[in-house]
Structures are given as C-alpha cells and as structure tokens.
Design a protein around this ligand. Structure first.
Ligand code: ZN
Length: 78
C-alpha cells in the first residue's frame, strides 16, 4: 500500500477510494476503533465499511478527515 503524507499536517496517510469513486485519505495505521477496510487488490485501494462483531479484535482504518488537525483545509477537491 502506498503511503503518502497529508499535505496539511504531514501525517502518513493512505489514499483509498469509496464505492462511489470518491477518494479519501485514511490514517496509515489501522486501529481497533477504525471503521474501514482497505482492499489492496485495487489501486487505489477500495474502502469498505467494516461490519464486525464487538470484541473481534480486528483493526480498521480511520478517515484522516476525522483525525487531521487541519481537516478544514482538505475540503477543496484536489
Ligand atoms: Zn492531516
């Protein structure tokens, strides 16, 4: 998976694509609270929302829009 840097805060991010075709940066490190799975069989990876049983221990990715301290500057299309 290609790691990029957020242009705003320089954190490592991974660009992935929703089913709608919209691209979004995700935090590069999956966490237990992450809600998205990235299918690396595609380029860019396809993001799908994880449906999992509570306590499964599975990690997921989090949209960088949710964690970026500079999220407001992301709003314009690239
Ligand atoms: Zn950022």
């Amino acid at each position: 998976m290609k790691i990029a840097s957020c242009r705003s805060c320089s954190e490592p991010v991974v660009w992935a694509e929703f089913a709608s075709g919209k691209k979004c940066p995700f935090d590069a490190e999956p966490t237990p609270s992450g809600e998205w799975a990235l299918n690396e069989a595609y380029d860019p990876p396809k993001a799908t929302r994880i449906v999992r049983a509570a306590g499964s221990g599975e990690d997921g990715f989090t949209s960088h829009f949710a964690t970026c301290p500079e999220a407001a500057t992301h709003r314009r299309p690239r």
